[in-house]
Design a protein around this ligand. Structure first.
Ligand code: C5P
Length: 461
């Protein structure tokens, strides 16, 4: 089957495709399928009608914090609010000082049917919701128009007005719709800021090419149309999206137990919470997940096929049976060593005898085996649970283990990561390091699943 990557299409075709998809409320991939099907390529798979998003109610109950920046494109946000509300979203607007020069809080508030927030140091607002809660009570933060100034503030972490403070305080996904003069958009400073924001996980929609409000100016910098922004929001918040449909992912999670004798074993503090959460998130994204789990006390993740094992060698055997796959994610805290020989009977304590010396041998490295296998999956991900030199060790592991990404986390006792509910990770790849803020293990899983989906993304037609 041929494969088309939308990213590689000609800019003008991409632009027309984006607008057409937005107008139809579909993703660009769905639009391509429908265009090809209309051309008479009847054997091509067409997205079933049920997978085409309907406008009405598609954002039902979703809470969007809309930060309106100070640019001429701010007027388009009035339409954007309407589009979001007709899809069932609750829109809570925040206006920057500059935005108030372009649209009034009265108009914005009337369309949103909600209070409009403008000031960082408003005693009334702080008592009422406060900027921290404002930023956390949303499912998504949308910045439209995102001016060059606002992007610069976000990239450097400034928090000297309500909009920037909310953006710095949030732990929710952020979607940015830039709008500025083409020269500002092309300026190296803006390019740097954009790269930083992308690294921080901020998503972008637009800007588009075309005529600018200033007469005689044209180029890249026009804010995406409200329908395009609405479609990007739908895609980000789509609970039914299955970007990993058709992909098979092999995973390990939890600790291993290495028997000393029939009653004693060597174990570690891994709870399996992070690995199991990732498996569940990948399954929600439509992947067929095969999880090899060491002994844990948490339930099997929903929608995931689980093979329960005890030791590293059992885990390795199970993983080998599950290849080939599209991706492998090895999260288990596999014991590095096992007993050279497991005692057949319980080792007895005898009066006057010294404590037994445990003779140990190295366990197979499952991740390295997968990373260097003939059946190596397209994407191989390992974890690096360290207590010191976290980053340097992760970088070394990329090559040693044949991995594409190493997810490094500090498991020193004080961090409470091992067995706890939160994690703060760094994604180490050959092209750099992405640092994610502290978040719940579920959020790490969700974000990682989205990143994996993007890495495995290509449109099969
Ligand atoms: O070398 P280290 O144990 O720090 O590497 C951690 C990564 O390697 C994790 O992804 C873990 O699941 C994997 N690993 C493995 N088999 C081993 C040891 C580690 O798959 N024997």
């Amino acid at each position: 089957m041929a494969s088309i990557t939308i990213r590689n299409l000609d800019d003008s075709i991409k632009e027309r495709l984006r607008l057409r998809a937005a107008a139809n409320g579909r993703s660009m991939e769905e639009e391509v399928r429908i265009i090809l099907a209309d051309l008479g390529a009847s054997s091509l798979p067409v997205a079933p009608a049920s997978s085409i998003r309907q406008h009405s109610g598609s954002l039902s109950g979703r809470r969007i914090l809309l930060i309106i920046g100070g640019g001429i494109a701010a007027y388009k946000c009035l339409d954007l609010i309407r589009r979001l509300r007709e899809r069932g979203a609750q829109v809570r607007p925040v206006l920057t000082g500059a935005a108030e020069e372009f649209v009034t809080p009265l108009a914005v508030g009337a369309l949103a049917a909600d209070k409009v927030f403008t000031e960082l140091f408003s005693r009334e607002d702080e008592q009422d919701v406060g900027h921290i809660r404002l930023s956390r009570e949303a499912d998504l933060i949308v910045v439209a128009p995102a001016t060059a100034d606002l992007m610069a503030k976000m990239a450097t972490g400034l928090a000297n007005d309500l909009a920037s403070a909310v953006l710095l305080a949030t732990d929710k996904p952020v979607l940015v719709a830039p709008a500025m003069n083409p020269r500002m958009w092309d300026h190296p400073a803006t390019k740097r800021n954009r790269a930083t924001l992308e690294k921080d996980g901020v998503r972008f929609v637009g800007p588009n090419r075309g005529e600018m409000a200033e007469s005689g100016e044209s180029g890249s910098g026009r804010m995406a149309e409200p329908l395009e922004i609405a479609a990007a929001i739908e895609k980000l918040l789509d609970r039914s999206a299955k970007p990993l449909q058709g992909k098979t992912i092999v995973m390990t999670s939890g600790p291993t137990h290495e028997a000393i004798d029939p009653v004693r074993y060597i174990a570690n503090r891994s709870s399996g919470k992070q690995g199991h959460a990732i498996a569940a998130a990948l399954a929600r994204f439509g992947a067929t997940v095969r999880l090899v789990s060491g002994p844990v006390t948490i339930p099997d993740p929903e929608g995931v096929g689980v093979i329960h094992v005890e030791s590293a060698r059992e885990m390795r055997d199970a993983v080998e049976q599950l290849l080939p796959a599209d991706a492998a994610i090895m999260v288990a805290a596999v014991a590095d060593w096992r007993m050279a020989e497991e005692a057949g009977e319980k080792i007895k304590k005898k009066a006057g005898e010294k404590a037994p010396r445990l003779q140990m041998v190295e366990n197979p490295d499952i991740l390295a085996g997968v990373g260097h296998s003939k059946l190596r999956p397209h994407l191989v991900i390992g974890f690096a649970a360290e207590t010191q030199d976290v980053l340097a060790n992760a970088q070394r592991k990329l090559d040693k283990k044949g991995a594409d990404w190493i997810i490094a986390n500090d498991v020193s006792h004080a961090t409470g990561v091992m067995g706890g509910d939160r994690n703060s990770v760094r994604i180490v790849t050959r092209s750099g390091v992405e640092e994610w803020p502290d978040m719940s293990k579920e959020e790490v899983a969700e974000r990682l699943a989205a990143k994996i989906a993007a890495a495995l993304e290509s449109v099969e037609v």
